[in-house]
Design a protein around this ligand. Structure first.
Ligand SMILES: Nc1nc2c(ncn2[C@@H]2O[C@H](COP(=O)(O)OP(=O)(O)OP(=O)(O)O)[C@@H](O)[C@H]2O)c(=O)[nH]1
Ligand SMILES: [Mg+2]
Length: 493
């Protein structure tokens, strides 16, 4: 990637490229459709000179090793300036580690390190890249980074290394997003799903849909450009069938959105009920350690507290909430308001009550819907007569009785709601937004086809669908997508 002679940055160049006027075939209102122009892949053929960036790629804190990465046209030159060993880094073979020392601009020894040069294009970013493994002290790696910056690098923004990998055609956007998923994965399935996405499985499916849309659009545009060559009568039906196949593929991907959310964020399970029922005790029990304060004072928990557990491979986000009761306290009322908000966003609710105490006023004993489980806690204590013959799962957070049954019930409801991640390809919220728009445009195109509207109408909608599908893998000029994707990364990735 290079900065242009005029000094404009990569995004400006991308913008310029996408706004290039479309060619016309000379007839007004008609344009020649050129397949190679439609998917204006930004990654292709752009000569841009990049500046050189550097960052600490390992998390802050003490460890055996820390990694400083430098990427860009001058990275090897910078390594030559700060590294002393048997040879200069510019003479190193690519991808081979060398022992040496890093010196500061004041010629002071900073650390003994292992340095490797990864020459373009065979590097993570697709540019010349240098990796310096130093000792894992906060100050040591900060000084190594400073040496790189003083030698001419610029501090990288979060996600900038992966953004460069995307811009240099090393990966599509879904693969770049998979890097974050991989880092954040909390279950085996989430990890497998992220690995598959990184390998390009989702990208391949999207490319297939795009190719089919491009084929359809080519057909429609041919009929616009050459109206004298009649399209056979059954053509409309064939086009509809092809469009239906595209729609089915989009719908199949859209159906994985909930599972994708669960894989990435977990199923939201909210524990709620009267004060002192044992909500916090249940959270601690399910977590296996004392995360939340438990006491017999009513109204102990004032805020929502969230922790994730792995229930048979399903990441479950457990939320402990402030107990429900009429309260004069402003603080407690705010806590109860938060409980109500959490309940609105819950995938599953655990309504818990103390069976050794009378039924609370708000407890009508009805299960709200299939998203709720009624739980009677404190089964180790004598039951209050209010609960006689009351159908609910009985547990004890003290003895652990009934907890395996509760976990089983939680998993059953998750499965019933199709929230249990089974699919390896599972889209995220951004993909869902793009695909929903694509589906909408396909529907409009189909309606236009069925109504026998002029081909131009169909073409406009198909073009929109193609654009929306392209956004998923990043083959259109949508700068805000890049920002929203890469801003989630940590610095150094
Ligand atoms: N005997 C018995 N006591 C329990 C059980 N579960 C919780 N407790 C006790 O009940 C009291 C309240 O427990 P918490 O977990 O703090 O209840 P909570 O619902 O979070 O209460 P708030 O935060 O005030 O709304 C504590 O003294 C717990 O030790 C149980 O299964 N059996
Ligand atoms: Mg509590």
């Amino acid at each position: 990637m290079r900065r242009s002679a005029e000094g404009s940055d990569t995004r400006a160049i991308r913008r310029k490229k996408s706004k290039a006027p479309r060619q016309s075939n000379g007839r007004s209102g008609c344009r020649i459709w050129q397949p190679e122009r439609l998917p204006y892949n930004l990654q292709a053929g752009i000569m841009i000179v990049s500046d050189t960036i550097a960052a600490i790629s390992t998390p802050p804190g003490e460890g055996a090793i820390a990694l400083v990465r430098v990427s860009g046209a001058n990275s090897i030159q910078i390594a030559d300036k700060i590294f002393r060993g048997k040879e200069k880094p510019s003479r190193f073979a690519s991808h081979v580690q060398h022992l040496g020392e890093i010196f500061s601009a004041e010629d002071q020894l900073i650390d003994q390190v292992v340095l490797s040069v990864h020459r373009a294009p065979a590097s993570y970013t697709g540019e010349d890249l240098v990796e310096i493994s130093c000792h894992g002290g906060m100050l040591v790696c900060a000084k190594v980074l400073e040496a790189c910056l003083r030698a001419g690098a610029r501090a990288a923004r979060p996600g900038e290394f992966t953004e460069r990998a995307f811009l240099n055609g090393k990966m599509d956007l879904t693969q770049a997003e998979a890097v974050i998923d991989l880092i954040r994965a909390r279950t085996d399935l989430a990890l497998r799903s992220a690995t598959e996405q990184l390998e390009g499985r989702l990208g391949d499916q999207i490319r297939k849909i795009r190719d089919e849309l491009i084929g359809l659009l080519a057909h429609i545009n041919a009929s616009i450009d050459f109206p004298e060559e009649d399209i056979a009568p059954d053509e409309g039906e064939t086009l509809c069938a092809r469009l239906d196949s595209v729609r089915e593929q989009i719908c199949a991907l859209l159906a994985t959105a909930d599972q994708g959310r669960v894989l990435r964020e977990g199923v939201r399970v909210v524990i709620y009920g009267a004060t002192n029922a044992g909500k916090s005790s249940l959270l601690n029990r399910l977590l296996g350690y004392d995360r939340v304060i438990v006491s017999d004072t009513h109204g102990t928990t004032r805020d929502t507290i969230e922790e994730t557990v792995n229930l048979e491979g399903v990441p479950v986000r457990l939320l402990d909430t402030a107990g429900l009761r009429a309260s004069e306290s402003e603080l407690e009322s705010e806590g109860i308001a938060r409980t109500e908000k959490s309940l609105q966003l819950a995938d599953l609710r655990l309504h818990i009550a103390d069976r050794s105490a009378p039924k609370p006023a708000h407890f009508n004993g009805q299960v709200g819907d299939s998203h709720e489980i009624l739980v009677l806690n404190k089964s180790d204590l004598p039951e209050d007569s209010d609960w006689k013959n009351f159908a609910a799962l009985r547990i004890s957070c003290v003895t652990g009785e009934g907890l395996p049954e509760l976990q089983k019930e939680i998993l059953t409801l998750i499965r019933q709601q199709n929230l249990r991640p089974e699919s390896i390809v599972a889209i995220n919220t951004r993909h869902r937004d793009c695909l929903r728009r694509a589906l909408e445009s396909c529907d409009l195109a189909r309606a236009a086809l069925c109504q026998g509207l002029s081909s131009e109408y169909v073409a406009v909608d198909l073009d929109k669908a193609l654009h929306a599908v392209g956004e998923v893998i990043g083959v259109v000029d949508v700068e805000q997508i890049l920002d929203s994707v890469f801003s989630q990364f940590c610095i150094g990735k």
